[in-house]
Ligand binder design. Structure first.
Ligand code: MV4
Length: 512
């Protein structure tokens, strides 16, 4: 087993990996940019090295600097977390080049999945169900027109290098194809430096369901069940859960076996995720494979009882998987909320700043993976994910109840967060009934605008957060719940409707 691991990341995921290292008796080395000197991952690591300016290209994406720290610290392996260098084949290759083990798949497996057209070709050859469409880049408008006619409108144009909805265009009719293709191509070129576009049949009201797999370096691959990730906003996941409310054991088994075949066809090792689009008849189609540990891995850990980071490290050290497929059992239900530093009243715009007061939930069935602490200033240079709050229970209803309870205990003072959004999602009848297709969040957020709440432009909103924090400190949780619910509605400062709502909520809370 390794004695020392470098974590090439920051925030909650760096803390998550450091914890696994310490549980396994491994020393953890942190790297940090200039704005992360006081960040939690630096405090929790055994050693920490500065790697430069805040821009990711100068620090967390800088292969040379990270490998230099690896050498100076005597690191044997590097865990990349998610984002940054986690799916960078060049980095995986560079690690191997200096004799440091990359905790993840090989550069070749990453490359096989990096291009969607390439992955579709490989999966087609392996007999994996893919969304009907082309598996090569479109070479002309005529070719696109022929393919679209064959598939039938509406069609979806997608970027081969894509992800996150960039370079994606829905085309309803032949006359819209030309402009859509031009737009998709230029967006893909701008975002990825690669304008390759292919075409797919449109899946109506799809669900996004993904299967976790683990593969050791001795040709054994297992699946660990699915995650339902249909609750997204602008192609950003917001809430994830395991198991999916629409997947029964038969479907899980079929999907899991397909996911294992996907991994084997790519010569995949370590932890990975196979994404599927699922249609209204529950047919599932391979979409892409994510060659990293994902943000939402905790929901799988809670329902399987397995520690994915421990297993990643053991696999990277050459150990065989310590269990069989039959040993994997799904037990209970877990739901994750991604807590972001963003302003619900300003179109969920990132909202960095200093955390003046932090009251964090715990208790039965609650897991919190966080990168924040009271007094820490959230830098504006990176993804604003602050923490993940995960509720676990014997069934979905208990998980929702515990998560709702924990969200009402959560208080983050000094900055805006999206915590209020989760209360609205979790109490919604459609969410409770698990009617969560990909349009759910858009419908919910539109509803809010209809209520006529204006976005605040008033700097006093910040002041209100501090006052609310003070109220909590002085008066306890009833005041905090009220304070935060007030902020959800645009807070005081000129908005009398919101102010009165704040007061009435406070009154209700006080009477509970
Ligand atoms: C699709 C689709 C419908 N048909 N592909 C893929 C990447 C993801 N971010 C959005 N993707 C979609 N691909 C075909 N052929 C609909 C979506 C989609 C979506 C998928 C899952 C969860 C939320 C979504 C929101 C909008 C569009």
């Amino acid at each position: 087993m390794f004695k020392k691991i470098l974590i090439a990341n920051r925030g909650e995921i760096a803390v998550r990996v450091i914890r696994a290292c310490h549980e396994m008796g491994i020393a953890a080395v942190a790297v940090y940019s200039d704005v992360d000197r006081a960040s939690l991952h630096v405090r929790k690591a055994d050693e920490a090295y500065p790697i430069g300016a805040p821009e990711a290209s100068e620090s967390y994406l800088n292969i040379e600097k990270i490998l230099d720290v690896a050498e100076r610290s005597g690191t044997e392996a590097i865990h990349p977390g998610y984002g940054f260098l986690s799916e960078n084949a060049k980095f995986a290759r560079a690690c191997a080049g200096v004799g440091v083990k990359f905790i993840g798949p090989t550069a070749e497996a990453m490359e096989a999945m990096g291009s969607k057209t390439r992955a579709r070709q490989a999966m087609e050859a392996a007999g994996i169900p893919i969304v009907p469409g082309t598996s090569r880049g479109l070479e002309s408008l005529e070719q696109a027109g022929q393919a679209a006619t064959r598939i039938g409108y509406p069609v979806m144009l997608k970027a081969a290098a894509g992800g996150g909805g960039k370079g994606m265009r829905l085309v309803h009719a032949p006359e819209d194809l030309k402009s859509a293709l031009e737009e998709a191509r230029s967006e893909a070129e701008r975002s990825f430096g690669d304008g390759e576009i292919y075409i797919e049949k449109v899946i109506v009201n799809p669900r996004h369901i993904e299967m976790q797999i683990l593969a050791d370096e001795h040709l054994k691959t297992v699946y660990l069940g699915e995650r339902e990730c249909s609750l997204q906003r602008r192609h950003q996941k917001v809430v994830e859960e395991a198991p999916s409310p629409i997947v029964d054991s038969g479907m899980r088994c079929r999907m899991g076996e397909v996911a294992v075949r996907v991994a084997q066809a790519a010569g995949y090792t370590n932890a990975g995720t196979v994404e599927f689009l699922v249609d209204e008849q529950k047919n599932f189609y391979f979409l892409e494979m994510n060659t990293r540990l994902q943000v939402e891995h905790p929901v799988t850990e809670l329902v399987t009882g397995l520690d994915l980071v421990h297993l990643q490290i053991r696999i990277a050290a050459g150990e065989p998987l310590p269990f069989q497929q039959d040993d994997v059992k799904i037990r209970g239900h877990a739901i994750e909320c991604r807590i972001y530093a963003e302003d619900p009243d300003n179109n969920y715009f990132p909202s960095p700043g200093k955390i003046t007061l932090l009251l964090a939930p715990s208790g039965p069935g609650i897991r919190r993976d966080s990168g924040m602490y009271e007094g820490w200033t959230v830098p504006m240079d990176y993804d604003p994910l602050l923490a993940k709050l995960i509720g676990y229970g014997t069934d979905r209803e208990q998980a929702i109840g515990r998560l709702t309870r924990a969200l009402s205990e959560y208080f983050v003072g000094g900055i805006k967060t999206n915590i209020s959004l989760f209360r609205r999602i979790l109490r919604h009848p459609d969410f409770r009934a698990a009617k969560i297709d990909t349009g759910f969040l858009d419908r919910l957020l539109k509803l809010k605008e209809d209520v006529g709440v204006e976005a605040p432009t008033d700097p006093r909103t910040v002041e209100v957060a501090v006052i609310a924090a003070g109220m909590f400190a002085a008066l306890g949780p009833a005041a905090a719940g009220a304070g935060e619910r007030g902020l959800e509605n645009g807070s005081a400062g000129g908005n009398s409707k919101a102010a009165s709502n704040w007061k009435s909520t406070a009154h209700r809370e006080a009477l509970r």
